[in-house]
Design a protein around this ligand. Structure first.
Ligand code: ZN
Length: 322
């Protein structure tokens, strides 16, 4: 059976190793660089990293494809993990048995190899944080819903015990909930549904995340955007890890973007008006009517963090380094 994982499958040299060809091993001579790169990406994905020498431009860019000391060390580490009682296997070479163990532990799929230089691949990594935040939001909304189902009239968040207090404070901070017209449970259900659809986009991100290097937004340096009615989240070259020189964005900032953009898909086109697309750093954010905030993608990214962290953090483009 050929290799099954998205990272290792499809390389001829590795497929041959699986069929008994000599191990991929330390240079010299240099082995097939694509095979070595896949092994290096696999090692990081298997939790053996970090590998700063092999990934000179950071772990989200292409590795060097050189089977040097660092790679030997990480392969050996992996072998000690999977063959703990067989020291003879700890040779730092990727032969049939080691390759099979790697392949068994990596995500399956006919998906193309994750392009380690692509922007959407970075977003793929960031989305686990976005999902955790969104799930915290859903949890808080269900707590708040139970409260509003039995309460009408004014409410005082500070008088409530946590986690209800946090949920109510976050609803007021990000959706200006005291201005909701009509039943509050209806508004809660609307917000919950929007998160549900955003979570669905994130869970199926292979169908939604694409790279964009050519649009006007990409040329303008907008890191992520959803083109009108196209239903895809576009990540541009500006969507990258923060560099020492102050370019790019920190992981929490990126996770906020990765949660923000699916709201544009699911609440499209209501989320793209001047009244709804109000940045959390804009004074208008605190006074904007709930009717607009309920479609504000910024509100969704910030509310979810507020629920997750228990305080108003507002990670996002206003906090680019974090
Ligand atoms: Zn937006």
């Amino acid at each position: 059976m050929p290799l099954q994982s998205a990272i290792l499958s499809g390389n001829q040299r590795l497929e041959q190793v699986l069929n008994g060809a000599p191990s991929v091993k330390r240079r010299p001579p240099n082995d097939d660089p694509d095979a070595v790169r896949r092994i290096q990406i696999a090692l990081v994905n298997l939790g053996m990293g970090p590998m700063p020498k092999s990934f000179p431009n950071g772990s989200n860019n292409a590795p060097d494809g050189d089977y040097g000391d660092e790679t030997v060390g990480k392969v050996t580490k992996f072998q000690k993990t999977v063959f703990p009682t067989a020291p003879a296997e700890w040779d730092g070479r990727v032969g049939k048995k080691t390759l099979q163990e790697m392949d068994n532990r990596l995500p399956k799929g006919a998906a193309p190899v994750v392009n380690s230089t692509s922007m959407s691949a970075l977003a793929e990594k960031d989305k686990s944080t976005s999902l955790r935040w969104a799930q915290a939001a859903v949890q808080s909304l269900s707590t708040a819903r139970a409260f509003f189902a039995s309460t009408s009239g004014p409410f005082n968040p500070a008088a409530q015990p946590p986690p209800l207090r946090i949920a109510l404070l976050a609803l007021e901070a990000h959706f200006h909930f005291s201005t909701v017209v009509g039943p509050r449970v209806t508004a809660i259900d609307f917000i919950s549904k929007s998160y549900g659809r955003a979570i669905n986009v994130l869970a199926n991100s292979q169908s939604f995340f694409i790279d964009d290097t050519t649009s006007q937004e990409a040329l303008n340096g907008t890191p992520a955007h959803v083109p009108f009615a196209k239903g895809k989240v576009n990540f541009t070259p500006a969507f990258r890890e923060r560099t020492a020189a102050g370019q790019g964005f920190g992981p929490k900032c990126r996770a906020a973007m990765v949660l923000h953009e699916p709201i544009h898909i699911t609440n499209h086109p209501l989320s793209s008006t001047l009244q709804t697309h109000v940045h959390e750093g804009d004074p208008k954010y605190a006074t904007n009517l709930a009717a607009f905030q309920l479609n504000n993608a910024h509100s969704y990214a910030c509310f979810a963090q507020h629920c997750f962290f228990g305080s108003d953090t507002r990670f996002g483009i206003g906090r680019p380094a974090e």
